[in-house]
Design a protein around this ligand. Structure first.
Ligand code: 6GU
Length: 247
């Protein structure tokens, strides 16, 4: 079973999520073993100091290296694996993707460090962690929401986490395209109709329609993804022959 150890200044920030989400219920069913650790409990001074001023000046505090080294070394001993990946969550890391989620989901253990304040002492990045990850090009006040995003994306890949396995395969960002539109009953709502093809019962036409929707939606909203997506000649012709600003 995948064991995830999270080092954070705010372990309570995870409780609502881990208690009530679909992912949280998967954790309770022991699909994964998620453990929270307060970085403050790896300090030894009276004030449980985890941060300090920035050498060279500048606004904001920096997370001290000692508690993080001590915490990770303690966990490594406990886990006892010869390879123990340690991920620092920081806006300066490489961009987290579905591919990285897949590679983490294949591990036996993963330690995540939630960065805070203006940053983390660079010696942590250089000599303690094996990977640095960001969840997007915007600034968060701490790594906790990023850790929840990553836990979610990776636990749902584990066997037994989600109802049906097929719903995983078809979803957005696998195969590199955005998902096609979904509809449920009623067939007409406030005058807006479900596309006829979806009610036709013709499976070939339905899957062709969905493919075209995925391709065009990706071309319109996320043209940056098209280069990496696996496109057929039919897909490419569709993109070429469609005015992406209309229909
Ligand atoms: Cl991992 N941390 C912070 N503080 N901000 C972020 C982030 C992480 N990813 C995107 N923005």
């Amino acid at each position: 079973m995948l064991r995830i150890d999270i080092l954070t200044l705010f372990p309570e920030a995870f409780s609502g999520y881990l208690e009530h989400s679909i992912i949280g219920r998967a954790v309770q069913r022991q699909v994964a073993d998620v453990r929270l650790h307060n970085i403050r409990s790896f300090t030894h001074d009276r004030h449980h100091t985890v941060d300090d001023y920035c050498y060279g000046g500048g606004a904001g505090m920096v997370m001290k290296p000692e508690p993080l080294f001590e915490a990770v070394e303690c966990l490594r001993g406990e886990i006892g694996a010869d390879h123990c990946p340690v991920v620092l969550l920081t806006p300066g890391g490489r961009l987290f993707t579905q591919e990285i989620a897949g590679s983490y989901a294949a591990l036996n253990n993963l330690i995540m460090i939630c960065g805070h304040y203006e940053g983390v002492d660079e010696r942590v990045a250089e000599h303690l962690v094996t990977d640095q990850v960001s969840i997007g090009d915007y600034l968060l006040s701490g790594g906790e929401p990023a850790a929840m995003v990553i836990i979610d994306s990776l636990i749902r890949l584990l066997p037994g986490a989600i109802g049906s396995e097929t719903s995983l395969v078809e979803e957005s960002h696998v195969g590199g395209l955005l998902e096609y539109p979904h509809y449920t009953r009623p067939p007409e709502f406030r005058g807006w109709k479900v596309p006829d093809v979806l009610l036709s019962g013709n499976h070939k036409e339905i899957s062709d329609w969905r493919r075209r929707q995925s391709v065009l939606r990706t071309a319109r909203r996320r043209p940056d993804l098209l280069g990496k997506a696996e496109l057929t000649d039919t897909d490419l012709n569709l993109v070429k022959s469609t005015d992406l600003n209309n229909n």
